[in-house]
Design a protein around this ligand. Structure first.
Ligand code: 9MR
Length: 362
């Protein structure tokens, strides 16, 4: 029965993808979809944005957009390990607390990003020497102190970020990427991390967060295998974060299919967790932003919103943009303009694309 469900879902995703191919890609025309107006807050699923403390302190427009259009925020950097952990049992929650307080004051949910990642390991951890048991102990302590600190305020967590490569395998080292937790503890660190986070806040929703679902089916398979393994061991995992740092050259059906397939195969909540759609993926320094690029970007945003809209309600965790306006984006210096608001905080065509994605049936 389960297989029939998955096959039907995959077939629908494929068919929908093929139709889009015809509409958007083969003749390269802009599909005829009625103009719509409104706000992202009208969507049947949450929209959110990654936030940093500096624009939060300095820009009223930034805060207005978070209040009017978003229902969730993620700390873009403030909750990463070396920004919080200053030594064994020494924490600095100043910036993260400010973001959380802003969210609470304005009725926004907070998604925690991220408990463990190969990046942002503080030096006291890199220099730590101990047995496997001692490594497990410091990991447990960190997770439970942090999740405990934000208990009741942070609704959901990326427990583990980016452990799978393009071959679909969990890896310790790849170029300058080095996962110290995997090296010292072994693969069990993943299930232990989920278990410890759950113990610290049984109400928090726990996610595995990864990039590349839209371009690597092997990586997607790797995520799927990991989720399956965790579920078989009864480890509390509630969702998959699909980062989607993507660009206008990727086919819209790749974006849709990644979401549909991950939803059908895991049955977990789907969070498009770090969405941005680059218009200058090759970082051409001379590139200028044209209407044509903005229209392509609009179509891509529309397709992501439509895919989220088409998921079963209990799997629609929502869409988080990786920043609010273009000048907040980690890609801005490339140059790039990957977000739905321009650098004056005005709505771009992408914004209307998002509205069309959940308001118009096509
Ligand atoms: O946008 C983030 C950037 O400001 C940081 O310098 C960088 C390193 O911490 O992380 C960026 O966000 C990443 C996220 O945490 C995990 N997925 C990939 C994101 C883009 O690199």
């Amino acid at each position: 029965m389960k297989n029939v469900y998955i096959l039907t879902f995959l077939l629908c995703a494929w068919l929908a993808g093929s139709c889009q191919q015809e509409k958007f890609d083969s003749d390269n025309s802009i599909p005829v979809i009625p103009a719509v107006s409104g706000s992202l807050s009208e969507a049947p699923f949450p929209f959110g944005a990654a936030v940093n403390i500096s624009p939060l302190n300095s820009s009223d427009r930034y805060k207005e957009i978070l209040r009017s259009d978003m229902s969730r925020v993620t700390a873009e950097n403030a909750m990463k390990m070396n920004n919080i952990s200053k030594g064994h049992k020494q924490y600095d929650f100043t910036e993260a607390d400010k973001i959380v307080q802003f969210a609470i004051d304005n009725g926004l949910e907070v998604h925690g990003h991220t408990l463990l990642w190969y990046k942002h390991t503080p030096s006291w951890v890199s220099n730590f020497e101990g047995s496997r048991e001692q490594w497990i102990a410091i990991m447990k302590e960190y997770i439970q102190d942090v999740v405990g600190h934000f208990k009741g305020k942070v609704v959901s967590w990326d427990v583990i970020n980016e452990v799978i490569n393009d071959d679909g395998e969990v890896y310790i080292k790849d170029g300058d990427k080095y996962n110290i937790w995997l090296d010292k503890i072994g693969e069990e660190y993943i299930s232990l991390a989920f278990k410890y986070a759950h113990e610290a806040d049984p109400n928090a929703l726990l996610f595995y967060n990864e990039y590349g679902h839209e371009y690597s089916s092997q990586r997607r398979m790797g995520v799927n295998n990991l989720v399956k393994e965790l579920k078989e061991k009864n480890i509390p995992i509630h969702g998959v974060g699909m980062q989607m740092h993507t660009n206008i050259n990727r086919s819209t059906s790749d974006l849709r299919n990644a979401i549909m397939i991950m939803a059908a195969s895991t049955r977990l909540k789907i969070h498009v967790s770090e969405l941005d759609i680059a218009v200058n993926p090759s970082s051409n320094k001379e590139l200028e932003l044209t209407d044509e690029l903005l229209e392509k970007q609009q179509i891509h945003y529309r397709e992501v919103a439509k895919a989220m809209n088409d998921l079963p309600a209990d799997q629609q965790f929502g869409i988080t943009f990786w920043g609010v306006c273009d000048s907040n984006s980690w890609l801005y210096a490339n140059p790039d303009w990957p977000l739905p608001y321009d650098d004056t905080y005005a709505k771009k065509p992408a914004y209307e694309g998002l509205l069309q994605g959940f308001k118009v049936s096509y």
